[in-house]
Design a protein. Structure first.
Lengths: 611, 611
């Protein structure tokens, strides 16, 4: 049975030492006024959260996977044993309200704090964590664009956790391509709409954990244009609320089936049939895609945190096993009395472990940087600071989603490898981490789509402005530290890579504008995102190493925490960062290497792509 | 439901055009005399095999995964529906005898041919294919070192398929480290031995498909030395044969449980309890490890073929889906009448598909080169040729096992990605390929162990002699083709990488001999193997591209097969081969980056490794 200890020390290091979160939050009146910027309070909250996830959720992770969800003939769904009771405790403790707006019953804590909570939920039990995760997305969209009437009625229920939420986007024929969805809405003339259609892959789409489920549904209003510009967002509750906010009449949305999946079996992935279901317009007509992106962006960071959380817990268990499992001998002997020594002594095992540690800690730093930037975007009194933060959030979100889920999956696979044959056996739980981590690379926009979002929309669409802004931050850091004894070499490597990122961006942008260059962005995007991810992680590792070395030099490293940071940074730059070398080459290869003859290479009769 | 078409055209291309197999086999009296070197016969056999695997085994793949194996209270195991009947057909058609020695009822076909059969089995149904696969390993070991008495009694049963075999190595506390096994054997004084102990992870360890199961068991004979030099190999049949070769008395080996695994669920992974079971010594006392390596080497190539087969079938299904799934638009429109175009038009989808194709086809070429080398090693009349082939087989076997299973897993993951959310749903079968492919990286010696075998034993132990031999073959090829219009650039890249492989080998070897250098081989091995794999694949792609271009130039490319090869080679060198750039950097990083402070980095009290 896997174990998990929340990385509370690392949370504190990143929040307070790396990001200076307390000072930054104190500049934001919202947190200052709510008394939620206090570092000690934040630490207490996270300690409490750690106790909850370790004690209540972790023990349900494997049983949840084994039992899965059960759909009954009437369309109702039973979640695995213990899920409902744990959710009740979660709500009773007020966790759904953590970073929610006090106007609707929220506690008004920084997003930075809920970010750490979500990482822990994902480490302990990702399938369970998706239920409140989806609710949070629904909360964000309603909060941002819902009418006061909708907000007053529904937000308190999401904030208390009594009701949960979903995102209903995908249809059988429409996944990435939401412009072709067929779900329809017609105006009932009484302020409500009749929503009809079939939605698939709806996470937390039906379950028994809450009294009501609020579906946020993309549909085309009768008479709206084709494509993404004719899509509106509707709120379709499972039970229509009574005027006093109780679940009333059953709405015409029914779970037709749940999927049998590779993993996240504790979460019900539902097919939902809407048959003239009563819905309420959220935001403006035909602005549904924009509104949904509010949820999507939150969900993308949340998905990235799944990769982070699963990588962390997989790493922790591989580390524990590597200390425990005796196999082969080492000089000097660790256990002279035993027939073998712990496998952690073998360099290749250490390589796998350090990979997990280096990616997890950098990912945590990036996620928290992003989360604090979201706080800044929403609450900083200075408009320029808000805009700057918004740009950074826009730029980093696809990286957080794709790079963290790719790394999380790879860490899970490598951590499973540390277990040898035992890693393949269900009982040990490592293979579940691999299965659970796999979905993060696929949903909420595949990682290929994230890469297109990054390169096509976030970087090239504004002529590289957002990229330039980040690049100048990096450049400043590099110039300041190039001669540094501890991290000068890292700064130099980072400076080169950042410059290369700029020149690669130019090359792709220019190619894309030439005749026949339409495919260049698509051809480069995935490798480009990975390159970019390393630049961000390199920057964060260099900063963390510098901070840590200063502490060591000041004689403040009693438990070796800072030495661990310094040595992991060294590993990162020597063993992981060099992936940029091959990525630079494959990015440059361009679409020319993909525009092959379809008939010859793929046996496809059209050959419209090839030369 | 996944589909599969055996790559018969590619088999022919590699065997006859690339390797000149017919001519080479004709030089070996064994095949010439048995009339089994004939190209047309080989093609016919493979077509027949393709029909069998496509028609009989593929349909059982998903049901086998879903049903799994069931162990009953008496220790007997029932395999999934249809497995037994398919096995009967397989035996009736004579497939177990394909490359077996005619002395014992075999057909004496080249190993090259059975290699292709095994790839197909693995594509269609890897869990099923493991039953005959293990038998083949047992056959090889018995055939090589068994006494005439054992061979005469048991080999015909393995060759006919009436009885199957297993390899019993692992114990709960001993996986990689076989020197510490506890299973004991005592001499009964009547030519038999009493074997007692517990073996785990025994693939095909108990089942209902055959009349008897022959366990080849590593055990320590009473009085033998500790460590690997005190281990002997025993044959322990489930039923002790009667003098006329029928299954007789039930032996004291019982399946105590079967594992619940991540994948290969159709294969029973058994825990076997031996309780004074009657066994027969195979080969010499205390030479069990050497004898077992006969099986292990066969099993390692067989495991590599699992990676190859699973990558191939995953690629085929991703390709079919990419042509079928309509999502987003492309100019010019493929389907002007439809709302969207097939996703194969998107460069990033093509990148994923080409990755599958490029690795699969190079892997097939390497596997067949290796298989033909095994034929040469065993049957060439010229001793020098045999020795040369044996060296190549020794060198390439760990690469075939590790590089092909790593690539196969990655292809399965990427092919699943092409399916988007549908790839995560069991119904589509893609996630099964991922789960099934994962074990190949773990068992038969983890890929980390393969890397140590390659670098430590195969390369460095003889001072680089085997490597030098291969390097000179490559060098000759490079020099001959550096100026070639079609592949000159590939030859140049290959030449550089081959030289770099040599210099990296030197650097590691020198570091390893220095004081404190004991960990250097272990620290570099995994990345070294991957680098080496690319050098081999680069060589094979360059050769295939040259051959194909010549055919095109000669006007002999009616169906575009050769153009496909030329363009896939271009993709390989532009998009996959550049991984060598980052691998060169990480190989050089050395153990210094892994010898971190154990207490600080890993929270491990010993800190024997770190500085």
């Amino acid at each position: 049975m896997p174990t998990y200890k929340a990385p509370l020390r690392d949370f504190r290091f990143i929040m307070h030492e790396l990001l200076g979160a307390e000072q930054q939050l104190a500049q934001m009146p919202f947190y200052k006024d709510n008394d939620t910027a206090d570092g000690d309070l934040i630490s207490q909250v996270l300690e409490e959260a750690a106790r909850f996830v370790e004690g209540e959720l972790l023990p349900l992770n494997r049983t949840g996977d084994q039992e899965g969800c059960v759909r009954h003939d009437d369309g109702e769904v039973t979640t695995p044993t213990g899920f409902k009771a744990a959710y009740r405790k979660y709500c009773d403790a007020g966790w759904p309200a953590l970073d929610a707006d006090p106007t609707y019953g929220g506690q008004g804590m920084p997003h930075l704090v809920s970010n750490a909570l979500v990482e822990m939920l994902n480490s302990a039990n990702v399938a369970w964590g998706m239920y409140p995760g989806l609710s949070h997305g629904a909360y964000s969209a309603l909060h941002a664009v819902g009418s006061d009437e909708l907000k007053n009625l529904y937000l308190p229920k999401l904030v208390s956790g009594e009701w949960t939420g979903t995102m209903c986007l995908t249809e059988p024929h429409a996944g990435t391509d939401l412009g072709i969805i067929r779900t329809k809405a017609t105006d009932n003339g009484d302020g409500t709409y009749a929503v009809s259609g079939t939605k698939i892959f709806i996470s937390a789409g039906e379950h028994d954990m809450a009294d009501n489920i609020l579906h946020l549904v993309l549909a085309r209003l009768e008479g709206s244009p084709q494509g993404t510009k004719g899509i509106s967002l509707f709120l379709v509750p499972k039970y229509l609320p009574t005027p006093d906010g109780q679940p009333g009449e059953r709405n015409a949305v029914v779970c037709g089936s749940i999927e049998h999946k590779m993993g996240i079996n504790g979460n019900a992935t539902a097919l939902l049939n809407f048959d003239q279901a009563t819905g309420y317009l959220v935001g403006e007509v035909n602005k549904g895609m924009n509104h949904m992106f509010i949820m999507m962006n939150a969900a993308r960071l949340g998905t990235g945190l799944q990769g982070l959380g699963l990588g962390e817990v997989a790493y922790q268990n591989a580390l524990a096993y590597a200390k425990d499992r005796l196999q082969m001998r080492h000089e000097p002997r660790v256990n002279p009395a035993e027939s073998a020594d712990p496998i952690i002594v073998h360099p290749d095992v250490r390589r796998m472990l350090l990979t997990g540690k280096a990616y997890s800690e950098a990912g945590r730093a990036m996620a928290m940087w992003l989360a604090l930037s979201i706080d800044t975007e929403h609450h900083h009194p200075d408009e320029a600071k808000r805009a700057e933060a918004a740009d950074l959030v826009a730029l980093l979100t696809p990286i957080a989603k794709a790079f963290m889920t790719d790394n999380g999956f790879n860490i899970a696979v490598q951590s499973q490898q540390v277990f040898g044959g035992h890693g393949y056996i269900q009982e040990w739980g490592m293979e579940q981490f691999v299965r659970d981590a796999r979905i993060g690379q696929i949903y909420e926009g595949t990682n290929g789509i994230q890469a297109l979002d990054l390169l096509g929309r976030k970087v090239l669409m504004d002529g590289g402005k957002k990229l330039q802004k980040l690049a100048s931050v990096l450049q400043e850091f590099v110039e300041e530290h190039e001669g540094d004894e501890a991290i000068g070499d890292y700064a130099t490597q980072l400076g080169k890579a950042a410059q290369q990122l700029g020149s690669l961006t130019m090359v792709i942008g220019q190619k894309a504008m030439q005749e026949g260059g339409a495919g260049e962005v698509n051809a480069a995007a995935v490798d480009y995102l990975r390159f970019f991810g390393h630049v961000v992680y390199g920057y964060l590792w260099a900063r963390m190493a510098k901070l840590a070395q200063d502490k060591i030099d000041a004689g403040q490293d009693k438990d070796g925490f800072y030495l661990g940071k310094v040595q992991t940074a060294k590993f990162y730059f020597a063993r992981l960062f060099p992936e940029t070398k091959s990525l630079a080459a494959t990015i440059k290869a361009g679409n020319e290497t993909l525009a092959v003859d379809d008939r010859a290479v793929f046996g496809w009769e059209h050959n419209l792509v090839g030369a």
